[in-house]
Design a binder for this molecule. Sequence first.
Ligand code: ASP
Length: 329
Amino acid sequence: MLGQDYQIRMKLKVLFLILTLNMSLITSAESFGIVVHGGAGVLSGLSIERQQEIENKVKDTLISAYKILEDGGSSMDAVEFAVSEFEDSTLFNAGKGSVYNSDEVQEMDASIMNGADRSAGAVASVQIIKNPIKLARKVLEETDHVLLVGRGAEIFAKDIEETIVDRSYFHSEKNLKRLKKAKKRISDNNIIEDKIGTVGAVALDKNGNIAAATSTGGMTNKMPGRVGDTPIIGSGTWAQNDVCGVSSTGHGEFFIKYQVAKEVCTRIEYLNETLEKASSDIIKELLKIDARGGIIAIDKNANTSMPFNTDGMIRGSFTNKSELYVAIY
Ligand code: ASP
């Protein structure tokens, strides 16, 4: 009798184990989604029309990127798509909308990371690449390096026939005015004043792969050759399967010193914190040292978080667990 009881108990245990395993496979396989940002700063002066234009662009981009994921596409494709859409728009400080250095030249940075194997690619201080994020992905896929800068990055782009444009493609009277205003200001914290921001995207695909991508023209009035957090893996961009993906925006020097993007994932991995706690805590901590900005993040279950310590952050998310969401303030 005892033997029979034991056998039944064992069978039930095995059944239970199979069920839990299947459940967890189903949940993780079914979770997918994307989060994007279009920069953090003082956005309160935006006209209603401008706000609407931005919100529409974010919405359309999210819908298309979500479709990539829904159709079984990779998180790498989804984030590259979203960021390149923003780069092609003058609404954001990346690609075509990039802000100016102090010498009236536009220099751009971008990075992308694949959480499946921690492969990463980045470019910095590029001036003639139509889509810096696409070149960053080529650095990941076609070189043994992670980060190429300036002339070298541009030579590589020509070699692989990445789209090159004339510098005039990026010219913007609005951004030149912005530079002149920034030069007049006796403030070193011009990110707070900027109404145009860096862009980023993080996504989780149906295969459980997390990817993150970020692109920027940097900060208005930056020194020529200055590189911020955006192309620095661990600061502006981080992706780690089974943990999280993060893209940052804000005063880059602080985001480098505090390794913000990786720090969020580290807290989740080692302290067992939730995505929400890890990401909002670090943004609060940054505020204490007057480091302004925000992050977007997604975890392996498609939970999302978008904290910021500025007046606003252009942001949006769309997952299979939550409705399409877009906000600025
Ligand atoms: N993080 C960017 C940089 O420091 C600027 C921004 O996000 O607005 O270059």
